[in-house]
Design a protein around this ligand. Sequence first.
Ligand code: ATP
Ligand code: MG
Ligand code: MG
Ligand code: MG
Length: 478
Amino acid sequence: MKTAEIREKFLQFFESKGHLRLPSFSVVPQDDPTLLFINAGMTPLKPYFLGKKPVFPGHEGEWYRVTTCQKSVRTGDIENVGRTNRHQTVFEMLGNFSFGDYFKKEAIEWAWEFLTDPKWLGLDPARIYVTIYKDDDEAFEHWTRVGVPPEKIHRFDADENFWPQNAPTKGPNGPCGPCSEIYYDRGPAFGSDTWADYYETRESNRFVELWNLVFPQYDRKDGGVLEPLPKPNIDTGMGLARVAMVLQGVTDFYETDEFQPLIAKIVELTGISYEGPSSVAHRVIAEHARAVAFILSDGVHFSNTGRGYVVRRLLRRAVRFGYLLGLREPFMFKLAGVVAEVMGGVYPELKEHLEGVQKQIKIEEEQFLRTLESGIKRLDAMLAGLAPGDTLAGRDAFTLYDTYGFPLDLTIEIAGEHGIQVDTEGFERALEEQQERARAAAAFSKELFKRSNEALAALAADYGGTKFVGYESLEAQA
Ligand code: ATP
Ligand code: MG
Ligand code: MG
Ligand code: MG
């Protein structure tokens, strides 16, 4: 089943259960200064969970059930990209939401129906496993009723199966609740581990986490008191590419239909074939190309802070992997074209802003390629004097950052490939020292500026009569 078909089926399924289908929101949060990026389907809908009337432009009436396929960004997963089979920086999260309407019973029954009914995904029910919060007997009852045997249901603590994580003990106050996660056993071809191994180690290539059903049913008060909400909510999230990878029976999401054109383009550009998980460079480039295209087409620009810095890091990491494959000219802008071609039907902004996005990427690539080459030579020279197990001085990492625009994570990654660690605390210290120097220099030049303005004003007064306009316009800049 193609990715597009899975996406469409999900949205149709929940429409058939009375949900309003909304298009994805921008990855840039609209009214939430606490958040860098939208990181789940529920985040742009938060106000409705907190009681805002659920009315949506262009749709008549109030909608207490909504379904979306939301572009989500998880910067915490950047390092995982290329290494695990399941993490993307930008991914599509399928979700169904209830604003104080239906609850656990329906959420569980519908998840089960959608996954297992041959009319929908038709996954093998015998391969489905679930986790629940330790004392959520209600969820346990619903799962066993739909047909999951008790031995396939594992109870986890609040550090795994509560949202927000650990809320009962650590907070924050506000709406929170247990969650229940759905796993799929891809079978022995993907590993010899068992379900019990998974919940001991929480790492498996075989048992894949597909869907998280969150049950915000409490209002947490001071001291960890959980007061039941009069109208509990439902918030779910399922990674589209993970479902596609399971249904297409492929090793990982890089082999799904929506990633293949990107991988093929990288093979074409480099002349180096794709060999699966060992082709880390192909994977990182493909994923980051998609991420960069999505983030820029929502209006973010490359910069040294905030969102702009995240997208800069992504681009640089990809360019550096391209460099390893022998690419010495800009290429990421071409991949943005492939992303728009493949995904532009669902996310029209990818096509609408393509020209501008490609221009920005190309300029950024050209700049970075120039410094990359000299930086890599310098780093290689630094590493040549060290042996595996050694640590690269923070000051050296800082020199690369300061002189060659080499991001710290890139230095850590390259050094790591030689078995060498980087003294990141030393890096931070060097960075602070430099910022201190910059502040001092700025204060000094401001003082100088003020004095020269005073001198100019005195001079102007001496000459009398002549109106000295420069003073005002200079002052405005000071
Ligand atoms: P994982 O344990 O694999 O990191 P998670 O528990 O952090 O996933 P949730 O916060 O529960 O993920 O998000 C809901 C769903 O979104 C997951 O069950 C998964 O299918 C999907 N998902 C989460 N993170 C990613 C990611 N980085 N790339 C692709 N899909 C993801
Ligand atoms: Mg995660
Ligand atoms: Mg998880
Ligand atoms: Mg999860």
